[in-house]
Write a protein that binds this ligand. Structure first.
Ligand code: MN
Length: 318
């Protein structure tokens, strides 16, 4: 039912549209926000009306993107989701758009093909890399500010060009953005070289509470509401926590189970070479990428722990 479109066709479609609303995924990260910001500012520079909607309030950490949040000041005539693998990831307050999304620009292989038109490149490590190509195709002038927006998406989704998803093209895109004026030093400092006190506290908690299974190949971190109430982190303080243990010697799978309700957990899966994160998350109805994926599980902590252990064991045996 979805119509696959390439970057060229996507550019043509967008050039022919106006009054465009861009949708981000819930619990937004640097890629969905950086991509939406770059596309939004690009479309505005072409004289179009365009704004962004997200289920959550945009974290302060992303203030530099100066995202024009939709305020109802124009009637929406075209809806585009960016970096959103499935409609369920839009969040409750945007669920009214389910079934009505005209175009999706994404890089998740697990994309559920919900939009009428789908511009999907799963070999790109960040949606922002697709947005860069799209803006060039539309002949948008990439100002230093727009370059910053794209660069934010690029570095946050690639762990600052470290993850295995990084390609020569990614590095080339990064180089071009730097030449166009992207603030490499400032953005890398902001996202990778400074840690908030709360995130350091969370790391301390993690080191004290990590559970190891399968000869240390699997590290499981339960993050209970109680711990969250004690530490009181911002959502952005939790960002790096899921991948922390993956960098530990011998760890192939690292899972963060963050409690979000009485019997509800948000699961983040990170893997090394020996396991497929997307496959583990997909067993619980989630999805994502080969090395980073997520899902939600309902049940108490012991149920969550045992279910994940079973699935991780299966994936390590493959
Ligand atoms: Mn992404």
């Amino acid at each position: 039912m979805t119509n696959r479109v390439d970057i060229k066709r996507t550019a043509q479609i967008l050039l022919g549209r106006d009054d465009i609303l861009l949708l981000c995924h819930k619990n937004p990260d640097g890629d969905t926000l950086g991509s939406a910001a770059a596309l939004c500012h690009g479309l505005i520079s072409l004289g179009k009306r365009c704004a962004v909607c997200c289920h959550n309030t945009i974290p302060e950490k992303y203030d530099h993107l100066r995202i024009p949040v939709y305020d109802g000041s124009f009637p929406v005539r075209y809806t585009v989701s960016v970096d959103v693998a499935g409609e369920n990831l839009l969040g409750d307050s945007l669920s009214c758009y389910a079934g009505k999304i005209d175009l999706c620009v994404d890089h998740h292989a697990s994309n559920s093909r919900y939009a009428q038109n789908l511009c999907l490149y799963s070999d790109r490590p960040a949606a922002a890399q697709i947005i860069y190509e799209l803006l060039k195709e539309m002949q948008v002038e990439i100002t230093p500010f727009i370059a910053d927006c794209i660069y934010t998406g690029l570095i946050t989704d690639t762990g600052c060009f470290r993850y295995s998803s990084t390609t020569p093209e990614t590095l080339e895109t990064g180089a071009r953005l730097m030449r166009l004026g992207a603030d490499h030093k400032g953005l890398v400092e902001k996202f990778f070289m400074s840690k908030s006190r709360k995130s350091v506290q969370l790391e301390q908690y993690a080191l004290n509470n990590l559970e190891y299974y399968f000869d240390g190949k699997f590290a499981f971190l339960p993050l209970t509401s109680q711990a969250l109430e004690t530490i009181q982190p911002l959502p952005t303080d939790i960002d790096g926590l899921s991948s922390m243990a993956r960098d530990f010697e011998g760890v192939q799978v690292s899972v963060l189970a963050k409690q979000t309700g009485e019997n509800r957990y948000k699961i983040s899966v990170r893997t090394g070479e020996e396991a497929d994160a997307c496959r583990i998350a997909a067993a619980f109805g989630g999805g994502g990428h080969l090395r980073a994926a997520g899902c939600e599980i309902c049940g108490d902590m012991e149920y969550v722990r045992q279910s994940i252990i079973k699935e991780v064991e299966r994936s390590l045996c493959r």
